[in-house]
Design a protein around this ligand. Structure first.
Ligand code: AMP
Ligand code: TRP
Length: 327
């Protein structure tokens, strides 16, 4: 069976962008693939975090995965930092990655510009991500478009390692959805919707209460026309709402265009808000039940055992290939 794997950082409250770009894809794949999903807490600390907040978020994101529909029976679910072989593998990969290669990553350039004193971890972040992906011989990595370059570098590193030391890794591919690869900011639909955005009205969080969701959707930036059709260049705001609505209502964009022919933006926005409120309130009810249950711990214990075993095996193989052996 082919393998899919993805991770999310517990660095903020998850948005519908995370849901669409990453979680929903995993849900769609979980019946047909050997599926792995984890909390990328080691990636989170590449930027400063408050320990108490981080700890709380790790649990929240875990509960949210499952509340969204990630089935613990069909997925191996774990917390990255509990797998001590991942940083070990990452180190071996770092020594097989060029500095130039890592420093060319777009996300590194952007994040390092924003922080005067950034950590070395920000530079090696994609190599840690390569370790996450490669220990498992992952086939597909469902991500939003912003992570495509990181999956590609993982593939390059794996390919080079294989050529240098002999076949060790399977080459992974990013899996990016056609529609919804980049859900846009509600206030500035030329930018990505981000959980770290300073303006709380820019994004819908999965845990936002219905009245907040309605307010944000009604206030989303659109354009001065009045026709509801998909045109990301000329109508980025409306196109973004169409994409969001299509994912959450399981209707195609052209069906939605037909449904709202001749209707005004207000009517359309009310519908988008209804659809979102209905789906998110289901998720929120499940989330509340899970958050303080033992079930979460049982799921993670089971998940980490499997992930550790597989990572240990790959680490031993890499060491062997690289000559890191005493006898
Ligand atoms: P992050 O928020 O950076 O931890 O992202 C977690 C996952 O969600 C990654 O696969 C991202 O590519 C994806 N993602 C984040 N924001 C968006 C967005 N606005 N649209 C689509 N996917 C997203
Ligand atoms: N860097 C990813 C993000 O911010 C999270 C992540 C870490 C990841 N390791 C991964 C995603 C491996 C996919 C596969 O979104």
């Amino acid at each position: 069976m082919q393998k899919v794997l993805t991770g999310l950082q517990p660095t903020g409250e998850l948005t519908i962008g995370n849901y669409i770009g990453s979680i929903k894809q995993m849900i769609e794949l979980q019946n047909d693939y050997d599926s792995y999903i984890f909390i990328a807490d080691l990636h989170a600390i590449t930027l400063p975090q408050q320990p108490e907040v981080l700890k709380k978020r790790i649990r929240e994101v875990l509960a949210l995965y499952i509340a969204c529909g990630i089935d613990p029976e069909k997925n191996t679910i774990y917390v990255q930092s509990e797998n001590e072989y991942i940083p070990c593998i990452s180190w071996l990969l770092e020594c097989n990655t060029y500095y130039g290669e890592a420093s060319r990553m777009i996300q590194f350039k952007e994040k390092s510009k924003k922080n005067a004193n950034f950590s070395v971890g920000l530079l090696t972040y994609p190599i840690l991500m390569a370790a996450d992906i490669l220990y498992l011989d992952t086939d597909y990595v469902p991500v939003g478009i912003d992570q495509k370059q990181h999956v590609e570098i993982a593939r390059d590193i794996a390919d080079r390692f294989n050529k240098t030391y002999g076949e060790t890794f399977h080459l992974p591919q990013p899996l990016i959805r056609n529609s919804g690869a980049k859900i846009k900011d509600l206030k500035d639909p030329t930018k990505k919707m981000s959980k770290s955005s300073e303006n709380p009205n820019s994004s819908i969080r999965l845990l936002d209460p219905p009245e907040k969701i309605r307010k944000k959707i009604m206030a989303a930036t659109t354009d001065s026309e009045s026709s509801i059709h998909y045109d990301p260049e000329k109508k980025p705001g409306i196109s973004n709402l169409l994409t969001i609505c299509s994912v959450f209502s399981n209707q195609s964009i052209s069906d939605l265009e037909n449904q709202f022919k001749g209707k005004n933006y207000g009517e359309f926005k009310r519908y988008v808000a209804d659809v979102l409120c209905e789906k998110l309130s289901e998720i929120q009810t499940k989330y509340e039940q899970l958050l303080n249950s033992n079930q979460l711990d049982e799921i993670c214990e089971k998940g980490i055992q499997k992930a550790r075993e597989l990572a240990k095996e790959k680490y031993e193989l890499m060491k062997d290939k690289m000559g890191l052996i005493r006898k």
